[in-house]
Ligand binder design. Structure first.
Ligand code: FE
Ligand code: FE
Ligand code: ZN
Length: 186
């Protein structure tokens, strides 16, 4: 039964993806400067542990062994996250956090895509209980993505405001060191 085989393979991919994430998310949380962002990562770590657990349940319901198949995509996405963490050390807090968010949202979108597929496959072959389990996880991935967007909004605004202030200083011609600093914080 090819659909069932595909479902199991995709679940094995997600199983590896989620397991890797339970090790990566604590590092993302640690690297985040903004307390709200830190909390978002910590909250999603707890959810991600649940995602691993739900995948175990899905394998059990299907009468399959909980086995991982290397997910190269997630390995790469996590590597990019690690790069952002390392590069962030030489950046200001705001830029570093925004870079972390871009990496994290790519992870969420990969998961959203993966769970959308397995949920549909399970439903198609009549594995409704499995499908419902996967749908719950999908909902949490979507809300994690939404929370990251919400966390980014005020940061992007602040960054844009800061850049604008610098531009204004530039337009008004050369200013002394002290007045430039004053304008940037106003
Ligand atoms: Fe997940
Ligand atoms: Fe994968
Ligand atoms: Zn996730």
């Amino acid at each position: 039964m090819p659909l069932r085989e595909l479902l199991v393979e995709e679940l094995q991919d997600l199983f590896h993806a989620e397991t890797q994430l339970t090790r990566a998310l604590p590092r993302m949380a640690e690297a985040a400067h903004n307390p709200k962002l830190k909390e978002t990562f910590q909250k999603h770590l707890v959810e991600t542990e649940q995602h691993v657990e739900r995948l175990r349940q899905a394998f059990e319901l299907l009468g399959e062994k909980a086995q991982a198949k290397p997910c190269k995509a997630m390995t790469g996405l996590i590597e990019e996250g690690q790069e952002k963490i390392a590069e962030g050390k030489n950046k200001d807090a705001l830029s570093s956090d925004l870079a972390l968010i871009t990496a994290a949202q790519k992870v969420e979108h990969y998961e959203i895509s993966g769970y959308g597929t397995v949920k549909a496959l399970a439903r198609q072959i009549g594995e409704i209980e499995v499908s419902n389990l996967l749908m719950r996880t999908l909902g949490e991935e979507e809300s994690a993505d939404y929370l990251l967007t919400e966390a980014a909004k005020p940061m992007v605004q602040t960054a844009a405001y800061n850049e604008n202030s610098k531009l204004k200083i530039h337009r008004h011609g050369p200013v002394s060191e002290t007045s430039a600093a004053g304008a940037a914080t106003r």
